[in-house]
Design a protein around this ligand. Structure first.
Ligand SMILES: *Cc1c(COP(=O)(O)O)cnc(C)c1O
Length: 236
């Protein structure tokens, strides 16, 4: 596995091109999807390569990694948190990231509200669209009650939209329904909650399926391995 800074740059360019193409093909504007690099597999050296390649947003899964990498690259990126967040670690994250993609319980919302800085913290509600295949996120029918609770934090926690983890499949087309369904949920709730939240964001799509996610409306794709591994061989 070769992941020199040059290769990382080349692969990032390929992902940018793929995102732009998917936006264009689905009639969306060229800037409607942001690329976040899911940096859990990246060494500090490779983080440097991401900065050099012009990556703007990185997302970490673990609080320890966030702290360690931020120490070295604080100003180089906008930092998001994308992994499962334990309540006892909420306080370490709230002031360090601009968006938490993985809010999946009322108790976590309450903890975030308690620990958030004056200006509050922005979050996405993680939805388990596919049912039992993925264990992360709330069910669709739990989303509205969750937004109620977020509303009660009086701006300490602010909902900006939704995220999902699609099941792992061989063919990206097989998870198109997951992305389409999250968009439908977003559209419905965006209207209903428009007086209190701007629920525009849809964080969905990873290395293997980001084009399909963009076609279905992703505003943020989370790209991990695609920049450091050779692409998987196409399977028939
Ligand atoms: C690792 C990770 C990704 C990126 O996955 P790849 O398949 O490596 O692109 C995206 N989202 C989350 C929450 C992750 O943990």
């Amino acid at each position: 596995m070769q992941a020199t800074p040059e290769r990382i740059s080349e692969r990032l360019e390929a992902v940018r091109w793929g995102v732009r193409e998917a936006l264009n093909e689905s009639g969306r504007g060229p800037d409607e999807t942001r690329i976040l690099v899911a940096s859990k597999y990246y060494t500090l050296e490779q983080m440097g390569a991401l900065a050099g390649a012009g990556v703007e947003i990185v997302g970490e899964n673990k609080v320890e990694d966030l702290l360690r990498k931020q120490e070295a690259f604080e100003d180089a990126f906008e930092w998001h948190f994308i992994g499962h967040l334990q309540r006892r670690k909420a306080r370490d994250v709230v002031s360090r990231v601009t968006l938490i993609h993985s809010v999946d319980s009322v108790r976590l919302v309450e903890e975030l509200a308690k620990r958030a800085p004056e200006e509050g913290v922005e979050v996405l509600v993680q939805v388990n669209v596919s049912g039992e295949e993925s264990k992360y996120g709330v069910r669709e029918d739990e989303v509205d009650p969750m937004l109620e609770v977020i509303g009660e934090t009086e701006g300490k926690v602010r909902a900006r939209g939704f995220s999902t983890l699609a099941p792992l499949v061989e063919q990206a087309e097989d998870v198109r329904y997951v992305f389409a369904k999250l968009r439908t949920i977003r559209d419905r709730l965006k209207n209903r909650w428009s007086s209190r939240f701007d629920l525009s964001e849809l964080s969905m799509g990873m290395s293997n399926d980001y084009r399909v996610a963009v076609e279905e409306g992703a505003t943020i794709v989370r790209i991990g391995r695609a920049l450091i591994e050779e692409p998987r061989e196409a399977r028939s």
